[in-house]
Design a protein around this ligand. Structure first.
Ligand SMILES: C[S@@+](CC[C@H](N)C(=O)[O-])C[C@H]1O[C@@H](n2cnc3c(N)ncnc32)[C@H](O)[C@@H]1O
Length: 226
């Protein structure tokens, strides 16, 4: 099943961004900031603690200076990918890293069957060719390896693809990410997670509403049946 080319989920129009200038220009300056609130980050770290095993080889796709991994989880190799070298060098969880614009080149410079897990945190909305990227994710995962894609409502709207902006709701976006994985024909049926923490308005102070937590998780098929 792994050699089947992905089917298209998105039309050409749905892949467009408001800011069509090259992504490398947008990410030229390092952003050593957090992109989601502490509650979201704590939930993501808990999910990683629940799903990852000591010694796992991990690819953190679309990473930066943080990977949200549990501090006390001893992993194998943790390869980081992103758009800004300085951000990746500042990430102390990475064994090594590489920069690649996935909207230019989807093929990953990584061996097949090299990872137990591929993580993609709060970034999937920027992919213009997600079907091909997730086919590559499937290629580099070992059979039975897992992909964990997380996201919230926040984004650089000008750099998110039209399909993402137009979905509007988290449920629609969960379905969209699941479709990306299904289009590869290389994953078992995806699991979706949605948690919208309730914080009474009186406790929100100046922070506003908390960031809802969404994740799509799937295992790479182990045999011919995806
Ligand atoms: C909001 S940041 C999230 C970074 C990190 N995963 C985190 O949790 O803080 C979005 C990331 O998406 C990645 N990204 C955006 N456009 C990309 C592109 N065209 N190709 C590859 N990666 C891209 C960059 O690594 C950027 O740091």
């Amino acid at each position: 099943m792994r050699s089947v080319p992905p089917t298209s989920v998105l039309s050409d129009a749905q892949r467009q961004k408001q800011n069509a200038r090259p992504d490398r220009d947008f990410y030229r300056q390092p952003r050593l900031v957090q992109h989601v609130d502490e509650r979201f980050r704590t939930r993501l770290t808990a999910l990683y603690r629940e799903r990852l095993r000591p010694g796992d080889d991990v690819l953190d796709l679309m990473s930066s200076w943080v990977s949200h991994l549990p501090d006390d989880l001893r992993l194998g190799r943790v390869v980081g990918h992103g758009m800004n070298e300085d951000e990746l060098v500042a990430n102390d969880r990475l064994s090594n890293q590489f920069v690649q614009d996935l909207n230019q080149t989807q093929r990953l410079p990584l061996n097949a069957d090299a990872f137990d897990a591929v993580l993609c945190a709060v970034s999937v909305q920027y992919l213009q060719y997600p079907e091909s990227v997730f086919a590559e994710v499937a290629r580099v995962l070992r059979p039975g390896g897992q992909v964990i894609v997380s996201f919230s409502n926040r984004m650089f709207a000008e750099k998110a693809i039209r399909a993402w902006r137009e979905k509007g709701t988290g449920q629609g976006r969960l379905r969209l990410v699941a479709q990306y994985l299904e289009a590869t024909g290389a994953f078992a049926p995806p699991e979706t997670i949605h948690e919208n923490p309730h914080v009474p308005p009186t406790q929100r102070f100046l922070g506003g509403a908390p960031d809802p937590f969404y994740a799509v998780c799937a295992r790479a098929a182990t045999g011919d049946a995806a």
